[in-house]
Ligand binder design. Structure first.
Ligand code: NAD
Length: 475
């Protein structure tokens, strides 16, 4: 066991009021590697008090966009300078290969830079009225934002929430996932170094239900709750926030469909289909976990896809050659293992690995009613099925209560756009996967969430748009 990582409240790193701590377990060694403050409702309340004061009385919401932006860019610089340390923290907390966690750190810095610039360059509306008045819009910060994050892209997803909230002048209380707490404390330390005033970015550690997470969602002094995590948790958070009419933004689970048509560039389709389900060991909300392949190329595609799955290097996530690490925790491993152990149909490749690892697993001939088609497994497990017509493929893809994203591979430009329009999903990737423009809406339909994040969509959530109407005398 090594260092201690505290809450960061009002510019100070601190333990919990009752002194409780929790270990963070490295899923590769299966040993605790760090100790972290275990916060409860009182610690969450302290953090909200600090954020409230910083918002109501402090300089942050009153600064110009350029000055806030300079501080956020400085933080991005520091994040890039500390890339190795931040990446390793996520790797040790949840087993993500260092190459991938290093890229996540760069994306976190990019989020900070993007939203700093987006807020500064953002414009409102000026509305000349026939009646001799004119109206214009102002985007004013909403207040205190509670950000509750999952463990699968710890630093990256935290920055995706923090960056727009801060850029628009809000103050933040971040509760990272209990399995991945360390990089959040490191980020808050860097934020102080970058010049964020005390209380602007607070971090409180702890669990969700009956713990720090739930307390944040119930606190009437919180003005926004932004959450990424499981759909069931999203429901609980919505219920809690409803008591105070606190607006929520929910980025929830997924069961992404991936359609490969016979006219696809098969090399490209195999490459991205493997990335879509095996990157981060399938612990990705956007995972392409339902794979539909047109019958004419079904056999050839599967041969190549299975070879690709078998070629991926599993092992120690600290090794830069590793492509798949262990699953994030013992609890999560037990969940994914149950889907592998009772796998229906034909297992073309895969199965249990060492420790808490699952090998890239491909299941064919699985009855459509099986839970493997319906439930988010959140591991490197894909179910695959042939289709005969475009209509059949679209109907199968849409037969889910989730609707976060879908992918399709075809060289037919008309089909590409026709199918993209017919798919019920927040994002559709054509002949690619995971590529993001931070201005684009990101979010899901159905059980995949409420609201969108990114560019103007984040602005809508983290601000109170105001209309000002003025009479112009003499007109
Ligand atoms: P989770 O819902 O178990 O936990 C997420 C966070 O919520 C944690 O910080 C947890 O402590 C907290 N929490 C749990 N119960 C709470 C409660 N009652 N009140 C307040 N906070 C509570 O999710 P997870 O297992 O950490 O993450 C995996 C899930 O996240 C998957 O379903 C995945 O699809 C989803 N996800 C979605 C996106 C997206 O953008 N749509 C991105 C990444 C992950």
């Amino acid at each position: 066991m090594s260092d201690f990582y505290g809450h960061v409240i009002d510019g100070e790193e601190t333990g919990s009021l009752d002194g409780r701590r929790m270990p963070s377990v490295d899923p590769w060694t299966r040993e605790p590697w760090a100790e972290v403050a275990l916060g409860g409702a009182e610690d969450a309340a302290r953090a909200v008090t600090a954020a409230r004061r910083a918002f109501d009385e402090g300089p942050w919401p009153r600064m110009g966009f350029a000055e806030r932006g300079r501080i956020l860019h400085r933080l991005a610089d520091l994040v890039e300078e500390h890339r190795a340390e931040l990446g390793l923290a996520d790797t040790r907390d949840m087993g993500k290969p260092v190459t991938q966690s290093g890229n996540d750190v760069l994306r976190a810095a990019a989020n900070l830079r993007f939203f700093a610039d987006h807020a500064r360059l953002s414009t409102g509306q000026a509305l000349p009225m026939d009646s001799g008045h004119h109206a214009y819009t102002r985007y004013e910060p909403a207040g205190v934002a509670a950000a509750i994050a999952p463990w699968n892209f710890p630093l990256m997803l935290e920055s995706w929430k923090i960056a727009p909230a801060l850029a628009w002048g809000n103050t933040v209380v971040l509760k990272p996932a209990e399995d991945t707490p360390v990089s959040a404390t490191l980020l808050a330390r860097l934020a102080l170094e970058a010049g964020l005033p005390p209380g602007v970015l607070n971090v409180v550690h702890g669990y969700g239900p009956d713990s720090a997470g739930q307390a944040l969602t119930e606190d009437p002094r919180v003005d926004r709750v932004t959450f990424t995590g499981e759909s069931a948790t999203g429901r609980a958070i919505t219920r809690a926030a409803a008591a105070n009419l606190t607006p929520v933004s929910l980025e929830l689970g997924g069961k992404g469909a991936n359609l490969v048509f016979a006219d696809a560039d098969l090399d490209n389709a195999v490459h991205w289909s493997a990335e879509a389900i095996f990157r981060n060991a399938g612990q990705v909300c956007l995972a392409g976990s339902r794979l539909y392949v047109e019958r004419a190329v079904y056999g050839e595609f599967l041969d190549r896809f299975v070879k690709k799955a078998e070629s991926l290097r599993t092992g120690d996530p600290k090794d830069s050659a590793t492509e798949l690490g262990p699953l994030a925790s013992e609890t999560h491993y037990a969940k994914v293992r149950s889907y592998v152990e009772d796998a229906p149909g034909t297992m073309l490749t895969g199965g249990l690995g060492d420790g808490w690892s699952i090998r890239p697993t491909v299941l064919a001939d699985v009855d459509p009613s099986a839970r493997h088609w319906r439930e988010e497994i959140f591991g490197p497990v894909v179910v695959v099925q042939p289709f005969d017509t475009e209509a059949e493929a679209v109907a199968a893809a849409n037969a889910t209560r989730y609707g976060l994203n879908a992918m399709l591979f075809t060289e037919n430009v008309n089909r590409a756009h026709r199918v993209a329009a017919a798919l019920r999903a927040g994002t559709v990737w054509l002949n690619c996967f995971f590529v993001r423009d931070l201005r684009a809406p990101f979010g899901g339909v159905g059980d995949s969430g409420i609201g969108r994040e990114g560019g103007d969509f984040s602005r809508e959530f983290f601000t109170e748009p105001k209309a000002v109407v003025m009479q112009i005398s003499g007109t």
